[in-house]
Design a protein around this ligand. Structure first.
Ligand code: NZQ
Length: 385
């Protein structure tokens, strides 16, 4: 295991009714900007709960943050904050809204051109505006991490950035919000969390048995709760555990002391930028094929996963291959398709487009062993068509 530092200042307010508690953690004199998306919170009662919790505060709103939040939209919120002298931001939504708020929080006091935060993937280490999050879609883990993904529409770039100052001050995770989620979004969320764990776990043995067993526990729990949540999103116990899996999958804990991969995400972001495919679904298209192409590097962890999570037996080689098939089976059981051709007839152009983009950015040696080269990326995307 590598040396590591663990720092995570986010206060989690987990469970039913916790939205009412947010005023304990926002200074009473604050002017608050509520940021949200396309309006689902107006229909499912979350907005009303937030307004009730903020009685007595000076509150203004900014709506319209789209899925895969756009830089071009978010800069408008930055202008509002400066003009209206806002002190605290409250993001109410899924990963897109929370990531959007992270950008806004970083951009308010940034002195250069804020597009650089995204385009140059800056490490945000200057003063950020404090913000809280009310999560409405369990998936990304954005509620307890300091990373964000923003799309620049003008250049069709979907890029991640991060910074220690970008952790939410608090995040409310009330599983009651799941009841209004379309099935498709629940399936996306489960897939996203599942692949988050795999990006940190399916590498090579790194003498990190605690991280491994946490990771396996999250995967086992996701497999267990997925059919229950999909069948009945009002099943509170299942919803609470689904939400907790998503937070735990990407709050930084299981990645401590180990080398990680993240190439499935890098390729997946390009598929969203090119075709608008939902984030979780891009991961289900790429992940299994990345594991097939990188089988020799990842065989030991894949077979450990197969034996411990899918109860498989056989040689390492057999179990590793069967494990990948089991992953695909799991995604299909959620209604998530795993071929690019299931989403677009125009998949072929992705191959060279992605390889060229990665080469232009100097992303030519990726993954936990820096052995995912442009040739490997080409093979992975071709296998995913
Ligand atoms: O915009 P509204 O009206 O809120 O509708 C949203 C949106 O249309 C809807 N929704 C959210 N909660 C709902 C609801 N509808 C009904 N009831 C509710 N309770 O769901 C749609 C999708 O929302 P979105 O926020 O886009 O989904 P998700 O949470 O999956 O976020 C995806 C974004 O997060 C990034 C992705 O790349 C993508 O841009 N990621 C962020 C990460 C991070 N910060 O650590 C890691 C992830 O891997 C991911 O890359």
């Amino acid at each position: 295991m590598l040396n590591f530092e663990l720092y995570n200042p986010t206060r989690l307010l987990y469970g039913k009714g916790q939205i009412a508690e947010i005023n304990k953690y926002i200074d009473k004199k604050s002017k608050v900007l509520i940021v949200y998306g396309g309006g689902s919170i107006l229909k499912n009662g979350v907005h009303a709960q937030v307004i009730e919790a903020l009685v007595g505060y000076d509150v203004i709103e900014f709506s319209g943050v789209e899925p895969n939040p756009k830089y071009e939209t978010l800069v408008k919120a930055v202008e509002v904050i400066k003009r209206e002298k806002v002190d605290f931001i409250l993001g109410v939504g899924g990963g897109s809204v929370i990531d959007g708020v992270k950008f806004i929080s970083a951009a308010v006091h940034y002195e250069g051109n804020s597009i650089d935060i995204v385009q140059k993937k800056l490490n945000v280490n200057w003063k950020a505006m404090p913000y809280g999050a009310i999560l409405t879609l369990p998936a990304t883990g954005s509620e307890m991490n300091c990373g964000a993904v923003v799309t620049i529409e003008a250049t069709r770039e979907k890029l991640s950035f991060s910074g220690e100052v970008l952790y939410p001050v608090f995040s409310v995770c009330d599983p009651m919000v799941i009841a209004s989620l379309p099935q498709k979004q629940i399936a996306n969320g489960i897939t996203d969390a599942f692949i988050h764990v795999l990006e940190q776990y399916v590498t090579y043995p790194q003498n990190a048995p605690v991280q491994d067993r946490f990771a396996e526990g999250i995967l086992q729990t996701l497999i267990e709760v997925a059919p229950k949540v999909l069948k009945d999103p009002t099943d509170y116990d299942a919803a609470m555990n689904y939400m907790w899996c998503c937070t735990m999958a990407l709050n930084g804990l299981i990645s401590k002391g180990v080398h990680e991969d993240w190439v499935t995400h890098a390729i997946g972001h390009e598929l969203t930028a090119l075709y608008g495919i939902d984030h979780g679904r891009t991961l289900a298209i790429i992940g299994p094929n990345l594991y097939r192409v990188m089988l020799e590097t990842k065989k030991e962890k894949l077979s450990q996963l197969g034996r411990r999570v899918f109860n498989l037996n056989g040689s390492d080689d057999e179990v590793a291959r069967e494990t990948i098939d089991k992953m695909v089976e799991f995604f299909h059981s959620l209604g998530v398709q795993t071929k690019l051709s299931d989403y677009t007839d125009d998949g072929n152009r992705a191959v060279e487009w992605i390889v060229n983009r990665f080469e232009e950015r100097g992303w030519v040696a990726m993954g936990e062993k820096k052995n995912i080269t442009p040739a490997k990326v080409r093979e992975i995307v071709k296998m995913s068509l």
